[in-house]
Write a protein that binds this ligand. Structure first.
Ligand SMILES: Nc1nc2c(c(=O)[nH]1)N[C@H]1C(S)=C(S)[C@@H](COP(=O)(O)OP(=O)(O)OC[C@H]3O[C@@H](n4cnc5c(=O)[nH]c(N)nc54)[C@H](O)[C@@H]3O)O[C@H]1N2
Ligand SMILES: Nc1nc2c(c(=O)[nH]1)N[C@H]1C(S)=C(S)[C@@H](COP(=O)(O)OP(=O)(O)OC[C@H]3O[C@@H](n4cnc5c(=O)[nH]c(N)nc54)[C@H](O)[C@@H]3O)O[C@H]1N2
Ligand code: SF4
Ligand SMILES: [Mo]
Length: 680
């Protein structure tokens, strides 16, 4: 049988590799060896043949003439975009000679990997790479940029990343999309919610911006950024006061309900309204709907947790389903993330045993500090699966770090990204359709496999292949550093600690393409919290110095500058991915600043004007969209736009690199800015 890459024509199964909860099953249509069409796999139970516009247009990206074809070395100044072609041999030799010298002279911790999930394939993002850097004894990165604050917060309440099966949400009667722009970022949750709606479900969206998800809701509730914990506590206040709680569930499956009952007395609706901007009557209406409808489901998004108080906020929202016993209803409960069900054998895949000493750990949200202030300094950065010059907070600090002449930077990517402009060596990466890997969603319950469908583009190489080459050139002889893709996938799937994965094997995936984890409802049952119950009161948090009960803490910087700035993702990009592909940028039109009409009028701004947005960290120029989509005092932009010397749309120039209350998380949405009309 010829392999899929050898077959020039046909339709081949695949999986979307992007960092998106939906993790769709795909069908790739090939003609004359090229992918000509991408569609959703109709047989995938969650995808059901539907995919987003971004990926339907993915061929524009994988065959974009700007794609990197061969390795490059820098010949101009850093950031100047002057490179020349070199061979892979020269690239690997240059990198490893430099690293050997650094290790001899200043030690292995002077080298630091930086990566995220530009491709969610696990052997390429947390497999051979981790083995390699463990063996080297490089500084270790803490992967905090996305959901770490909320995950830690949720875990204090629920004991792990376990929610309900999203496929069950068709049975819900009340769906609350809380700080999630699901129409853009989790479209199949919207499809499932639509099914529930046909059966009579109401859909509520709680957000700081009436974007397309808010417009789709039956009831949109605008809220001030960073105040959601107060709203959740206000709901609890009413649920207890009006006896809308499920006392049996509280008795049997929670700890701390008496303490919580006392504690939430202070969160009177009038107090909560003043904090959140949600009117008193709406707080009552929301609490009563929530208290009187079952099954109800809360989809907790990333919005509320990208704030200084984000961990506690998610921990607080996560308490709500327990108060009304929703976990016992089919289709009731919550999802923050579901990665617990698909937990693979991380030790077998990453091989922490290769690490012979305890190396320092660096929070990726503090990349600017790490490059400018760490002692002993970082002398070499190896960046893959990520574009930190655009996606990391406090971008100007990051770029100042990347400009350091004594920093040797390697970037492995499909494109000459804004980050790659600062590299000494640039390596071309294959797209996921050219690789072997396994995939697991952090929302639905399916594991999927990708086998190469097309040959590597020009001289590009997969992450795992580059690390095998680097290992050889470094003289690392461990077998773990030369293992095959297949061996790594087998090792990862073999996780005796996770019964949900039982029966999911490499062979099985080769024949079925996807497989569902074996799950059962969380209740009746024991959680992985210390008490085995939902921890409304958490002794563990108390020990760690957090308030043991759900609590609202205001954002810092209150009032310092007039506007809270929320730079969220957009519809047609995926973080910065696609921002450099003309087709996607055209679909998205232009970087905008959504502001309240009253604020705009006060500043003499009209719809379509360009506004200068600035604070002590940097500035941006964005096109004003004035209206009622955001509350006064809030400005929202969407999308991580391509950045060049003549565009001024780098929103992360404005975002704080403060670390959130939990998980070392990012605080992208807690920054404050000034806005004025740009006079040109
Ligand atoms: N199209 C598209 N899809 C994506 C991505 C993308 O860039 N584009 N990114 C992917 C990734 S990596 C992730 S992590 C997910 C993220 O997807 P989501 O979970 O949807 O998270 P965000 O888009 O960051 O923010 C969601 C919403 O929170 C709102 N928000 C901000 N602050 C607050 C607040 O304090 N309270 C409330 N209630 N709302 C607030 C924002 O206005 C936004 O509408 O999406 C993934 N999918
Ligand atoms: N202002 C603001 N900033 C944010 C956010 C926000 O909401 N607002 N969201 C944050 C969140 S939630 C996240 S998850 C981060 C995401 O930040 P990143 O992980 O940096 O995501 P992308 O911008 O998609 O960049 C991924 C890069 O990986 C490359 N890539 C893809 N596949 C491969 C591969 O197989 N090998 C290699 N070597 N490279 C590959 C892509 O070409 C792309 O350049 O951004 C964060 N930044
Ligand atoms: S980006 Fe999300 S919705 Fe679009 S195809 Fe990929 S997994 Fe599906
Ligand atoms: Mo993310």
């Amino acid at each position: 049988m010829p392999t899929m890459t050898e077959q020039l024509n046909g339709i081949f199964p695949s999986v979307c590799s992007l960092d998106c909860p939906d993790q769709c099953g795909l069908l790739l249509h090939k003609q004359d060896g090229k992918i000509v069409k991408i569609e959703g796999d109709p047989s995938h139970p969650v995808t059901q043949g539907a995919i987003c516009n971004k990926v339907r247009n993915m061929t524009a990206r994988i065959y974009d003439p700007k794609r990197l074809q061969y390795p490059l070395k820098r010949i101009g100044r850093k950031g100047e975009n002057k490179f020349e072609r070199i061979t892979w041999d020269e690239a690997i030799d240059t990198i490893t000679s430099k690293w050997k010298k650094l290790i001899d002279e200043v030690g292995s911790e002077s080298i630091m990997p930086y990566s995220f999930y530009g491709n969610m394939g696990r052997i390429g993002t947390e497999g051979m790479d981790r083995r390699f850097f463990n063996r080297m004894g490089a500084s270790r990165l803490l992967y905090t940029i996305c959901q770490s604050a909320g995950t830690e917060g949720y875990n204090y309440t629920m004991g792990g990343s376990y929610g309900i099966d999203p496929e069950d949400t068709i049975h819900s009667k009340l769906i609350i999309m809380w700080g999630i722009n699901a129409v853009s970022t989790n479209m199949h949750q919207v499809v499932l919610a639509e099914k529930a709606r046909k059966n009579g479900a109401q859909i509520i969206v709680i957000d700081v911006h009436k974007n397309q998800t808010g417009r789709w809701a039956d009831w949109f509730i605008p809220i001030l950024p960073g105040t959601d914990a107060a709203l959740a506590l206000g709901i609890m206040h009413i649920l207890f006061a009006e006896k809308l709680v499920d006392e049996n569930f509280l008795q049997q499956y929670t700890v701390g309900h008496e303490e919580l009952r006392q504690h939430v007395r202070q969160y009177e609706p009038a107090v909560v309204a003043a904090i959140t901007g949600v009117p008193v009557q709406d707080i009552y209406r929301l609490a009563r709907m929530y208290g009187q409808t079952a099954p109800s489901f809360i989809r907790i998004g990333n919005g509320p947790q990208h704030h200084d108080n984000g961990g506690m906020c998610v921990r607080t929202i996560a308490c709500l389903p327990a108060l009304t016993g929703q976990w016992l209803h089919h289709g009731g409960g919550a999802i923050k993330g579901n990665s617990g069900y698909l937990e693979h054998n991380a030790a077998a895949l990453q091989r922490p045993d290769l690490l012979t000493k305890k190396t320092r750990q660096i929070n990726m949200n503090l990349l600017g500090n790490a490059l400018l202030e760490l002692d002993p300094p970082i002398r070499s950065l190896y960046i893959y699966n990520s574009n930190p010059a655009v996606v990391a907070p406090h971008a100007n600090k990051v770029r100042e770090g990347l400009l350091r002449e004594d920093l040797f930077t390697v970037v492995h990517d499909l494109f000459l990204t804004e980050t790659a402009m600062y590299a000494d060596i640039v390596l071309p990466a294959t797209s996921s359709f050219e690789n072997t890997d396994f995939y697991k969603s952090y929302w639905h319950h399916y594991v999927q496999i990708q086998q190469p469908v097309i040959a590597p583009y020009e001289e590009s190489k997969a992450n795992v292949d580059v690390f095998r080459l680097l290992a050889k050139a470094m003289g690392y002889e461990e077998q773990a550093l030369q293992e095959t893709d297949e061996a790594m996938i087998r090792q990862a799937l073999d996780n005796p600690k996770n019964p949900h994965l039982e029966g999911i094997t490499y062979e099985g995936l080769l024949t079925t393409q996807f497989a569902k984890a074996k799950t059962k409802p969380l209740f009746p049952g024991r959680l992985k919290t210390p008490s085995g119950k939902v921890e409304l009161y958490s002794a563990k948090m108390e020990k760690l110095g957090y308030p043991p009960l759900p609590t609202y803490t205001p954002l810092p910087e209150k009032g310092k500058l007039p506007f809270l700035f929320v730079p969220a993702p957009n519809h047609n990009f995926l973080n910065s991915t696609f921002s450099n592909n003309e087709k996607h940028a055209r679909m998205e039109k232009m970087p905008k600043l959504h502001m309240n009409a009253a604020d705009a009028a006060r500043l003499g701004l009209v719809h379509g004007d360009t506004a200068r947005v600035w604070n002590e960290r940097g500035e941006c120029e964005l096109v004003v969209s004035a209206g009622e989509d955001v509350l006064p005092g809030v400005v929202v932009s969407q999308g991580l736009w391509a950045d060049s010397p003549d565009s001024k749309a780098l929103v992360n120039a404005l975002t704080p690199d403060r670390v959130a209350d939990m998980g070392g998380g990012a605080t992208f949405f807690s920054g404050r800015v000034n806005v004025e009309k740009l006079i040109s």
